[in-house]
Design a protein around this ligand. Sequence first.
Ligand code: ADP
Length: 418
Amino acid sequence: MCHIVYAEREREYKNMKVLVVNCGSSSLKYQVLNMKNESLLAKGLIERIGIDGSITHEKIGLDEKFVVKKPLKDHKEAIMLMLEALQDKQHGVISSMDELGAIGHRVVHAGEKYAMSVMISDDVLNVLEDCIELAPLHNPPNIMGIRACRELLPNTPMIAVFDTAFHQTMPAESYTYALPYEYYERYKIRRYGFHGTSHKYVAERAADMLGVNLMDLKIITCHLGNGASVTAIKRGKCIDTSMGFTPLEGLVMGTRSGDLDPSIVSYIRDKEGIHLHDVIDVLNKKSGVLGISGISSDFRDLEDAVEEGNERAALAIKVFAHKVRFYIGAYIAEMNGVDAIVFTAGLGENSAQMRGVICTELGNLGIKLDLVKNNVRGKERIISRDDSKVAILLIPTNEELMIARDTYRIAKKYKDTI
Ligand code: ADP
């Protein structure tokens, strides 16, 4: 009898379909994966929640997309629409909600509370509520998505996967700011780091691609998208990362300034006669390569402008690359060497030019890019020369797969205990 129950459970686990939900303030991205072979079954994007919502749902393998425009009052209505699309006769991938074995939610900030993914309970939700002041733009929609899913699917296990979790292994000397220590004790002001799921994924893939145990590697992962961060990973653990208390610190980004002298903040406030929060808004939304170039936050536009001789676009690209090189150098010093450098996310995956500028003249550090191999877009590939001491890799990130894996692992463990 017991054997039959276990065999039945094993079958259920192996065929488990996992829904991954990533809720933003007015958007919701989702994917359904079959964990038997980690294949993607469907993915979708719901936009303009609270305005004049729309869904674009794609069943993998079906040529046409399911596109509907519909008023969506809030995240609950968006999740209801997603569940309808998932059960649609033609475009759906489940026949009932019971087919969803578990749901994985991307959550941006877990403060110092969680160093790994967790099963969501009322207590976990309380912790996430407490973290709202650390991520006021991100955690509230993440929490809304979780609450709506719990209401609509009360019996489905739900797992939270945090952007900050992977970075919790940083030593105190990496995460401590040189401020009065009471601010850390009272307000938890410290470096947290973000994009953790992506850094972890590409580091693990890099070890697989190189055929070396992750525990034997020193890796620098460069997640270069609209938001960008660099992480130093030694023996599989994050030891430092460029984003800080918020995702504003570190590299120059599409619209974010990254590192700067803090005195500039009050100086701009006084010179421009604006409020402090407006200065922070400038640093978040009007700075970065957009601010320098005055053209765009998108590197495709900048590369086109450079072709036409635009000097500020050229400067923006140089400043961006300079900062990435700056962090690569710092992390080589911190780890006393590096075995692999990984490029990922929109820019890191697609721009051979940017990878070229970043890696130029690093030969004395043993870092030699192969210009022919580098001429590729969005594909896993080792792009360093054969005589390069340090491997350079291009690895498309897959945060959803990482979330689905954690969700599957934790849901399976949970089901085993009930
Ligand atoms: P995020 O998830 O942070 O919004 P992505 O990882 O999707 O960002 O990266 C988006 C950015 O990647 C775009 O703003 C653009 O600058 C850059 N990008 C995407 N494709 C290309 C390309 N072919 N060439 C250069 N840059 C690109």
